[in-house]
Design a protein around this ligand. Structure first.
Ligand code: DC
Length: 238
């Protein structure tokens, strides 16, 4: 049975490189609009953690694909925060390490992993009346028909400074040069892979945030999204 367009969930796609402000923006939009928030990077991180725990090399694609039937990933909200559950256990803190950032980037280049995660992401979003998804390929692959695509960019030093601050806020001391190097490596990895590389969808709105505070960024994107939603609803009622 076909679902009429006005009854389909409104999907907001937020893509961009590491540290571009996707999470803060996506969470704020979801809260403001009453939509669900889906952090797709957390799913790749959870698969990477599972592989590490099973002592499977991230380069062994066949072994990683063979693990997938044993991986159950759920995203749940607890006290207003998203928690990632891997086979029923909360792994939120375990997946946020620098090691898992790199591992998730490596593992996300494997086609069978992408297929399984994209399927999960589509199912999660379709259960809601509206969803904000953040990732690398939401506007290009997961929901190419989304009426509202945002592509965030900022230069690497700015993103490294933001990441350092975020880590310090969590009580984790971090070296700026190391973070910058990791961000640049991850950019190359995510944008250079063969399957679903990080790139701007042709119809995405690019928002450059290097010289913008996060509050300015959020309120600017919110009004932009609000206009899109109004246009979309008007289009379906005329
Ligand atoms: O957004 P993040 O830093 O948590 O993502 C971790 C890695 O997962 C990222 O470096 C690339 C991969 N990823 C992806 O390939 N596609 C997505 N939609 C989200 C993340």
């Amino acid at each position: 049975m076909e679902i009429a367009p006005e009854h389909q969930p409104f999907i907001i796609a937020i893509d961009g490189p590491a540290g571009s402000g996707k999470t803060t923006t996506a969470k704020a939009l979801a809260k403001e609009l009453g939509f669900i928030y889906v952090d797709t990077g957390a799913m790749y991180r959870a698969v990477a953690l599972f592989a590490q725990r099973r002592k499977v090399l991230f380069t062994d694609h066949d072994a990683i694909c063979a693990l997938l039937p044993d991986v159950d990933i759920r995203l749940e909200r607890k006290d207003g925060e998203q928690h990632t559950l891997l086979n029923g256990k909360d792994v939120e803190t375990h997946i946020r390490t620098q090691e898992m950032s790199r591992a998730a980037s490596d593992i996300s280049a494997i086609p069978c992993v992408r297929e399984a995660m994209v399927d999960l992401q589509r199912r999660a979003a379709r259960e809601a009346h509206g969803a904000v998804l953040e990732g690398r390929d939401i506007g290009t692959v997961v929901f190419p028909d989304s009426p509202c695509k945002i592509f965030l960019v900022a230069d690497a030093p700015t993103r490294a400074r933001r990441r350092k601050l975020q880590l310090e806020e969590k009580g984790i001391s971090a070296d700026y040069d190391t973070i910058l190097r990791e961000i640049e490596e991850r950019d190359r990895n995510d944008a250079g892979r063969e399957h679903s590389p990080l790139r701007k969808a042709t119809d995405a709105i690019e928002v450059e945030t290097t010289n913008t505070s996060i509050d300015e960024q959020v309120s600017m994107i919110l009004s932009l999204v609000q206009r899109r939603i109004d246009q979309f609803r008007k289009g379906h009622t005329e």
